[in-house]
Design a protein around this ligand. Structure first.
Ligand SMILES: Nc1ncnc2c1ncn2[C@@H]1O[C@H](COP(=O)(O)OP(=O)(O)OP(=O)(O)O)[C@@H](O)[C@H]1O
Length: 252
């Protein structure tokens, strides 16, 4: 099934798009078809969740979209750049300049303070932190009184908020979030998801999130569903119940 911005009548170029993306791991008898010709577009300023049964290809799709893994066939565009045609060096730069990541395991540097962790990607890129954006993001995620703390001095929810702030501060074209609430209790998870939602609404951020959790997916504008490496359906304005019902049908 093809789901693209163009087909649904949206005129703007998607922030990220996959066209005919196939991913095969291994060879011969051991070959695993993790993705089978996926066509999908993710609109700028939209929050999209990717869901599907275990092994359906969610992580593989996200890794291919983010340029963390190569595709076997097909094209991945971030903005107007086909990243499948870039060499390693240019791909690394594009990821650094245009892509933000939020992982289940937070991935903060333990020896740096919250503020240093948040500023690190922009510092490494040799750019100036946009102070107004920094203040807005810190205010939004409620970290103003925790900036001098190291990760070990913060709760899981606070650490993930630092990771969200770190992703937002470089104004990436897209943020990929891989099970961002997987290690959090439901209250901290709800907080982190609210911040992601707010960043889409107020900062026009584009977010693509892989999750197993129907409640987490319900914070998105749209949910796309994978089964056996193919995109099979999608939901707009999802609720936990409609997401759960769709998942149950896919797993039946
Ligand atoms: N490095 C790899 N080598 C071989 N097969 C792989 C590799 N990574 C993933 N696969 C296979 O590709 C398929 C898709 O895996 P993927 O991790 O993308 O699924 P998923 O939907 O994210 O699963 P889960 O919900 O369990 O995390 C699975 O059959 C998996 O075993």
């Amino acid at each position: 099934m093809t789901v693209t911005g163009a087909e649904t009548g949206r005129r703007t170029m998607p922030a990220v798009a996959a066209k005919g993306v196939t991913k095969i791991y291994g060879h011969g008898d051991a070959a695993v078809h993790a993705l089978r010709g996926v066509d999908v577009g993710f609109d700028t300023g939209a929050f999209t969740a990717i869901m599907g049964p275990s092994g359906s290809g969610k992580s593989t799709l996200m890794h291919c979209l983010a340029g963390l893994d190569t595709v076997t066939e097909g094209e991945v565009r971030i903005g107007d750049v086909d990243i499948t045609r870039l060499g390693d060096k240019r791909l690394t730069l594009l990821r650094r300049d245009r892509v933000g990541f939020i992982f289940q395991a937070f991935n903060l540097l333990p020896t740096l303070t919250a503020e240093q962790n948040i500023r690190l990607p922009v510092d490494i890129a040799g750019r100036q932190v946009d102070q107004e954006l920094f203040d807005t993001v810190i205010g939004t995620v409620g970290l103003a009184d925790r900036l001098g703390h190291r990760p070990s001095e913060l709760s899981g929810g606070q650490q993930q908020r630092v990771a969200v702030a770190r992703a937002l501060i470089s104004k990436p074209q897209v943020i990929f979030a891989d099970e961002p609430t997987g290690n959090l209790d439901s209250r901290s998870g709800a907080e982190v998801l609210s911040f992601l939602r707010t960043s889409v609404r107020d900062l026009h951020q584009t977010i693509v999130m892989v999750t197993h959790d129907p409640v987490a997916a319900s914070y998105a504008d749209r949910v796309v569903f994978l089964r056996d490496g193919a995109l099979v359906t999608e939901l707009a304005a999802p609720t936990p119940q409609t997401v759960l019902d769709t998942l149950l049908k896919l797993e039946a």
